[in-house]
Design a protein around this ligand. Structure first.
Ligand SMILES: [Zn+2]
Length: 269
């Protein structure tokens, strides 16, 4: 877990006024890498050229700074690393100096895996063995499975995106190991207001479900504010039009943080 002061140092190195995607040169990215980006991240087709190149450069730093380990016989290949890294880069488009330093190890299973819970947590109250798609800890590894990672490589898959889910938890825990749905916010955002609006949207969504309404954000996102942030982040990038159409306040709130407005980009053919 990175301390607040560490994060502030990181933050200080990034200039808000520069905005995202203004650095880099065209020579440091191979055309083949741009093809791979489109293959692994469908959203990239709607991002501008400098953004796409920054994603590739960032993914290389991310890949080289992590320890990768396959579980239950799963073999980590360059394709696996690029798929995870390039998709995770969607979350940091506005914060390219942020490389998830507290994530040292990435474990990948071939498919959802059985794990024992001691119980007492939000989802496994009685304890026991449960199938999991992935998990993340403030100081521990990020665990994923290849089957679910691949399900997110296509549009309109129902909004699930395992990589974005687990790494948005990492964003959430940058300044506080207890995930609460509140990532560190840049100076341009009033943290008290953002937190208040976020809490309002979380509770409103719960009320709507209780009234029998359907939401873009699925039920799992209503179990805890941290899950609301993670699932909303999945929807923000995986079903941007739907989230903007049906839960516009949530979309607007996340746009303040993520900056990249994929729904707007996709409005233009
Ligand atoms: Zn979660």
């Amino acid at each position: 877990m990175a301390s607040s002061s560490f994060f502030r140092r990181l933050w200080g190195r990034w200039s808000w006024t520069n905005g995202p995607w203004t650095n880099g040169t065209s020579e440091d990215v191979d055309p083949q890498e741009l093809n791979e980006l489109d293959q692994y991240v469908w959203q990239a087709a709607w991002l501008n050229d400098s953004t796409r190149r920054l994603m590739i450069r960032w993914s290389k730093d991310f890949i080289s700074s992590k320890h990768w380990e396959g579980c239950n016989g799963f073999r980590i290949t360059p394709e696996v690393k690029k798929t995870v890294a390039l998709n995770a880069s969607l979350l940091i488009l506005a914060y390219p100096t942020w490389i998830f330093p507290s994530t040292r190890t990435i474990l990948i299973y071939p498919r959802p895996y059985k794990a024992r819970s001691r119980g007492g947590d939000l989802h496994h109250g009685l304890g026991g063995e449960f199938y999991r798609s992935g998990e993340t800890h403030a100081r521990g590894p990020v665990t994923l499975n290849w089957y679910d990672i691949q399900r997110a490589l296509y549009r309109d898959n129902d909004g699930d995106h395992l990589v974005l889910h687990e790494f948005s938890h990492q964003l959430d825990m940058i300044d506080d190991p207890h995930a609460d749905g509140l990532p560190p916010l840049p100076k341009g955002i009033d943290a008290d207001r953002w937190k208040s609006e976020f809490q309002h949207e979380f509770l409103s969504a719960r009320d709507a479900i209780a009234r029998g309404e359907e939401l873009v954000i699925n039920d799992y996102g209503l179990t805890h504010p941290s899950e609301f942030f993670a699932v909303a982040s999945e929807c923000y990038f995986q079903m941007p039009w739907d989230l903007r159409e049906y839960q516009p306040e949530v979309y607007t709130l996340l746009r303040e943080f993520y900056i990249t407005d994929l729904a707007q980009a996709m409005d233009t053919p």
